[in-house]
Design a protein around this ligand. Structure first.
Ligand SMILES: [Zn+2]
Length: 355
């Protein structure tokens, strides 16, 4: 399953609105086929793995990071393909929360006499599929707030001139995330003050995520580096946007933030890496729309500066605790990650587990 998860990771940031899925087929004690879902419209992971295995799939075991599909989408059901190939055993990491599947894939396999185990490395799989799970059950992308701060909790100095807070190792990790999430979101304040390009650099086979600029009054300059064909501008219903449309921007109009995120679903964005600034992050945080936090802490002291959130809280009892917290040392920096909202998942009922 660990190998299947690594296969799935190759599709991260490319499969929306579909999930990243990996599949490994084992027969006679060796891996005979492997595959991942590269992008929507392409075959699913199981199909690539079965193609690789050929006749050797007969009597073998398939390890899949997500329950095989049971419905006709753009491709025929993978459950049927596994049955037709003569697979004897299927090991599934996590059930598919998509109401069109939701356990039916497993039932279909069992009805055909295949031995099915569900729940192997489920937490890792669920985390990898957070964007897809958010999209199919909540109708909006999974929002990750990433920021880097000094030891005294500041993300930027008060004056002009930014300068990096963290080390090169930490910045390289951000590039990896940009490559794995569907979009990067920033507020208009960040565009006007920093003019970030929001591209991926130094990643093999990397691709640039789609920029999303939250800009109520459509003040993004046509010369902004983040503005390229396909850049999404989230603005208010009445804003004048002709100049932005002329350079290929996609305009999303919404009155409130939850509606704006719902509109992003229509553009097949399943995950959003929120990179600033504090004003946009605070607005999303206030509405419980920040799902996950990834914080770099650099061993520096700045003194006066901007905090990552500016929402007023009057008591420590109002603090929101992260779940599933992980700590990692990155060069001189500390990376703290954790969840503010749960990733939607289906419980594995006793009847669906191992039997
Ligand atoms: Zn499938």
């Amino acid at each position: 399953m660990a190998q299947a998860l690594r296969e799935a990771a190759r599709g991260l940031g490319r499969t929306a609105p579909n999930p990243p899925v990996g599949c490994v087929i084992v027969s006679g004690g060796e891996v005979v086929g492997r595959g991942f879902h590269p992008r929507a419209g392409e075959p699913h992971a199981e199909v690539f793995a079965l193609r690789g295995a050929g006749e050797r799939a007969r009597g073998g075991a398939a390890y899949v990071t997500l329950e095989p599909c049971s419905h006709f989408g753009r491709t025929p059901p993978c459950a049927d393909a596994l049955i037709a190939a003569g697979i004897a055993r299927v090991v599934v990491a996590a059930l598919d929360p998509n109401p069109r599947v939701a356990g039916r894939g497993v039932e279909r396999l069992r009805a055909a006499g295949i031995e099915v185990t569900v729940g192997v490395q489920e937490p890792e799989a669920v985390r990898q599929q957070a964007g897809f799970r958010s999209l199919v059950t909540r109708g909006r992308p999974w929002v990750v707030y990433k920021y880097a701060m000094t030891l005294d909790g500041k993300v930027a100095a008060v004056g002009e001139g930014s300068g990096a807070v963290t080390s090169a190792q930490s910045r390289a990790r951000v590039m990896q995330w940009r490559n794995e999430l569907d979009a990067i979101a920033v507020g208009i304040g960040t565009v006007l003050s920093d003019d970030p390009a929001l591209t991926t650099r130094g990643i093999k086979d990397g691709r640039d995520p789609r920029p999303v600029i939250f800009d109520r009054q459509a003040r993004t300059p046509v010369t902004a580096r983040a503005l390229r064909p396909g850049t999404i501008i989230v603005t208010s219903p009445g804003a004048e946007t002709t100049h932005l449309e002329e350079v290929g921007a996609v305009i999303v109009r919404a009155e409130a933030l939850p509606d704006a995120l719902g509109e992003l679903r229509e553009l097949d964005l399943s995950s959003l890496l929120l990179e600033g600034g504090p004003r946009l992050a605070s607005s999303l945080f206030a509405e419980c729309l920040v799902d996950e936090v990834r914080t770099f802490i650099a061993p520096k002291l700045l003194g006066a500066g901007l905090p990552p959130l500016n929402n007023a809280a009057y008591s420590m009892t109002d603090a929101r605790a992260l779940r599933d917290v992980q700590l990692e040392a990155l060069g001189p920096d500390l990376l703290v990650t954790g969840l503010l909202n749960d990733i939607p998942r289906l419980e594995v009922p006793g009847a669906l587990g191992e039997r």
